[in-house]
Design a protein around this ligand. Structure first.
Ligand SMILES: *Cc1c(COP(=O)(O)O)cnc(C)c1O
Length: 218
């Protein structure tokens, strides 16, 4: 199937209130344009410089999301155009994003990446440290960022029960913080588990290989 057909298939599979981020990491701009022609406007990348290069080349009404783990010294390369940063997992990183956003007189929307997987390889803030960050004076002084919700990745496993438990944990945390912090975004679900994620309350899914085909190397 073509990229356009894959997109249509997924769009028909997800409810209207769920945003689809097309994860185009490692894929050429020609693939992104194909998705763009099919109507897709939100694209996700996991390397800042790769995303900045694609931003330069592609139509300017694309909304770019950074979904990967951030290297603080590279935040400056995307601060002028990034629309949502999903993978923020420390106050230190938030401070750097705030600083670079201020230089461009922007407010940059961010999601806190919460560690829900039991595997040790996944990044993220442990659930019991969320309050510590959100309630800190340092965080409250950051005027050029806006936290819009949480992002999470489930364990790499075939066991749906484990994945569901992890997604439900993140949804519970989201419901706990959303009303008092004006959250509206819960980013969870990828090619293999987006339906399950949506049934657990996700309203933003990050789908790569199901749209663009398999990647050779990440
Ligand atoms: C690569 C990636 C995705 C997309 O993964 P697929 O399995 O190809 O859909 C989603 N989220 C993050 C954080 C990623 O790095």
């Amino acid at each position: 199937m073509s990229i356009g057909e894959n997109l249509l298939d997924i769009q028909n599979n997800i409810p209207k209130h769920v945003s689809l981020v097309a994860v185009s990491k490692t894929k050429p701009t020609s693939d992104i344009l194909e998705a763009y022609e099919a109507g897709q406007r939100i694209f996700g990348e996991n390397k800042i410089q790769e995303m900045a290069g694609k931003y330069d080349e592609l139509p300017k009404d694309i909304s770019w999301h950074m979904i990967g783990h951030l290297q603080r010294n590279k935040v400056k390369y995307m601060a002028h155009f990034v629309d949502l940063i999903h993978g923020v997992d420390s106050l230190k990183t938030l401070k750097e994003i705030n600083k670079q956003a201020a230089r461009h007189r922007r407010t940059i929307a961010c999601l806190l990446q919460v560690k829900i997987a039991t595997e040790t390889t996944k990044f993220g803030i442990p659930p019991n440290q969320i309050t510590e960050i959100l309630d800190s004076e340092e965080f409250k002084s950051l005027e050029n960022i806006q936290i819009k919700g949480f992002m999470g990745m489930a364990s790499f496993t075939q066991d749906d029960a484990t994945i569901q438990t992890e997604f439900k944990l993140l949804k519970t945390l989201y419901d706990q913080y959303a009303p008092t912090h004006n959250f509206d975004t819960l980013s969870m679900g990828m090619s293999g588990d987006y339906s399950l994620a949506i049934s657990c309350g996700s309203n933003m899914v990050r789908v790569g290989s199901a749209i663009f085909g398999h990647r050779n190397k990440i």
